[in-house]
Structures are given as C-alpha cells and as structure tokens.
Design a protein around this ligand. Structure first.
Ligand SMILES: Cc1ncc(COP(=O)(O)O)c(C=O)c1O
Length: 394
C-alpha cells in the first residue's frame, strides 16, 4: 500500500462478475460487499436444494463446511485445521474470551476508538477480575512503541483491528506481533475491514488469532465469518460447546457423517478448530454462496484485487476537493481501502451525505465522517462520479 500511482484495471475487467447496481455507485464495501455472480448462482442452487430436499444429500453436511474451510485457509495461508467457521467477528472473539484461561488481575489491552466487536466480547471478563484497558492514542493509531510502553506483567491479550473502521488506518501486524511475542502476550486481530482487500499469510506473521466477518471485503452474505487460531492458542482453549452433528457421528474416515449412528451419543475428542464452528456449520443458504464468493476472490487473486483497490484509493485521494480534510492515512503502509473525509465545516457532512445519496452514490456516515470504501467491482469512473459530486456539494 505505497500509494504509488498505479492505474485501476480497465472498466469491466473485475467488475463484470458483479452487479447490476441499477445506476448506483456502491462505495460502501466497509459496510456490505455485494455478492459476485457465481455466489448468487450458488445461493439460487442452495435454494433449489431446499425446495427439493432430496437434493440435500448426507454428504453435503460435511462437504459444505469442508469446502468453505479450505477456501478460507487458502485466502490467509492457513492450515484448514486451524479455521473455525463462524457467523461474525464477534463470535470468534467470544470463543477466545470464553476459552482462554484467565486469572484475577489479568489484563486485556484494546485501543479506544476501535470497532466495538474488537472490544465488547472481553468486557464480561471484568466480572472475573480481568481488567480491560483501553489505550487512548491520538487518532487511535497504535504502534509497537505504544505496546512496549503499555504491556505489563499482567497483560495476556492485545486485541486490535487490522484496519480501523472509524479512522481508516491499518496497523502493522508484524511490528505489533513482534512486541507481543517478546512479552509473552497474545495478539488477537479483527480482520473484518482488511481480509479480502489486503494479502495475508498468517503463518508468516506473528499474530495468534484472527477473526473476521464474511459480508464486507469477502463479498459473502450477512452472518458469515471465520476464526483462525494458531495451534499453540488452540491448545490453551477450554470451551466445550458440542453440537451433536459435529462431534458424535463422524463417519469412520472422519470425512463425512454417519446418520445411522446417532444414538451412540459419542463425544469424540476434537483436536482441530472446527470444534468451535458455529452450530449447523453446513448452513447451506449462507455458506454455499460465501464459499463461491471467496473462491471468486481467490481466482482473481488477492494481490491483484489489493492493487486495483489501492489504485482507486489513489485516484480518490489525488483529487479530493480542498474544502475537505482527509482523516485516514493518505499514503504508506497505514493506508487502507477506507477513506474517511470531513468537510472543513464538519457540520455540513450530513447534508453532503444526503447529496451523495441523492446522486446515487452510496458511502457510509460514521462518527460524523464520510467513509468511501471501493473494492474490486468499482472502477475509475465510479471514483470520478464521487469526486464530481463532492466538488459540487462542498
Ligand atoms: C472492524 C469491524 N469489525 C467487525 C464488524 C462487524 O462485526 P460482527 O461481524 O461481529 O457483526 C464491523 C462492521 O462494521 C467492523 O467494521
């Protein structure tokens, strides 16, 4: 994310698999990513299966989660044994908050201004004497030096978003992870505003767990997500939540299910992260299209998507009218695909939002800032339309 002047891909090259957008310009992926065509078709196929249940074979109860788990694993360079399928970022954080061993006096460090899903799941631990400490930092920018200073002998976990929803900056996972490792602290990352728009190889970076939702940059349906846990973290988790279908009736080869053995009431020892899957992990209507969406992103390539997205961000930032101030980083590794702007007379932001919406340009309004978030289905023309509207409105 250097901000070097790279051209976005030609109109239609990446966007042809998306839409139609019915004349609107969707610059709000940080809220919801649209389904690619292949995912829509997969969703229709899942609907057909449900209309004609004979088409839902027993094998699918294992095959659907297995295929999704494999796609998520490829996306982040993980082993699929380390992936749990979830319904949200919060679910993954809750697994960690419930499952890690805590003692009175332990401490979790979060950053004030971070998205609530990164902070709220830890709060009930207060009842067990765990302190949840919010670091107050200018612009919520957290660096390795900040962690060096803030970590104490009581700190067990640092929880942080990779990309901050309300400020648009990306943290340096490698730097933060290095400090956490050296102090024996787990680095737990919320990847919801980054995975799908930034490349990641979890085994090449020093993070310990990553939770993300699937409905933004991964272009899946709402109520999708995943949790990656490093094996050394999984070994410390104690959080039993058996679901009959997953634990009891794995077929002899452990690849499928054997519905002829339901009354064995077996509870097999689980050693892989699927022990933390959301219940009913076949979740046909959601997980079949989400799998197709991730497979589409993999086919295009996350590096290529990231370059295209950054070219769009470049184009936007290069011509933001002078009457606006850019809150999110304008260049460097801190820059993400979330561009937050405020009119210099910030009380005008809400009116400008209305003007953009009336012109068919969808952006988010967060913390009294205008948030633009383009992804692979956008092209340079979308950015130019938004820039023209910004100039006209303010
Ligand atoms: C950084 C971040 N994390 C998580 C979420 C969503 O949380 P969940 O997946 O738990 O619903 C959002 C949604 O806006 C977000 O911006």
């Amino acid at each position: 994310m250097t901000g070097a002047a790279v051209e976005a891909e030609a109109p239609g090259t990446l966007s042809s698999e998306f839409g139609p957008f019915h004349g609107r310009v969707w610059l709000n992926c940080a809220h919801q990513g649209p389904l690619p065509r292949s995912a829509r078709e997969a969703a229709l196929e899942a609907l057909e299966q449900k209309r004609t249940p004979a088409r839902i074979s027993d094998d699918l109860f294992a095959a659907v989660p297995a295929r999704l788990r494999g796609a998520v694993a490829r996306l982040i360079g993980a082993d699929s044994d380390d992936i749990a399928l979830t319904n949200s970022t919060s679910y993954g954080f809750n697994v960690l908050a419930h499952g890690l061993p805590w003692q009175e006096g332990d401490e979790v460090l979060c950053v004030a201004g971070d998205f609530p899903a990164t902070v709220v799941p830890w709060l009930p631990l207060r009842r067990r004497g765990v302190r949840i400490r919010l670091l107050e930092l200018p612009g919520a920018r957290v660096t390795a030096e900040d962690l060096e200073r803030a970590i104490t002998s009581r700190t067990r976990v640092v929880a942080v978003s990779w990309v901050f929803s309300f400020f648009g900056h990306a943290v340096d996972l490698e730097d933060l992870g290095r400090v956490c490792r050296s102090r024996g602290v787990l680095l737990v990352v919320n990847g919801s505003q980054a995975v799908g728009a930034r490349s990641l190889d979890v085994n090449a970076t020093s993070i310990d767990a990553l939770s993300a939702c699937g409905f933004k940059w991964l272009c899946g349906p709402y109520a999708t997500g995943f949790l990656w846990v490093a094996p050394h973290v999984r070994a410390r988790l104690r959080y039993e939540q058996p679901h009959w279908l997953r634990l009891q009736i794995k077929s002899a080869d452990a690849q499928g299910v054997d519905l002829n053995r339901e009354l064995d009431y077996m509870l097999t020892e689980e050693t892989t992260a699927d022990a933390y899957d959301v219940f009913c992990a076949a979740n046909f209507l959601n997980f079949i299209p989400w799998t197709a969406a991730i497979e589409h992103l993999l086919e295009v390539g996350v590096d290529r998507i990231a370059a295209h997205d950054q070219a769009l961000v470049d184009r936007l930032l290069a011509s933001v009218p002078e009457t606006y101030e850019t809150i999110s980083p304008r260049e460097g590794a801190e820059r993400s695909t979330l561009v937050l702007l405020t009119h210099r007379e910030s009380e005008r932001n809400e009116g400008i939002l209305r003007g953009l919406l009336l012109r068919g340009i969808d952006v988010a309004f967060r913390d009294n800032k205008l948030r633009f978030s383009p992804h692979l289905y956008n092209d340079a023309a979308d950015i130019d339309v938004a820039l023209a509207a910004l100039a006209e409105l303010g």
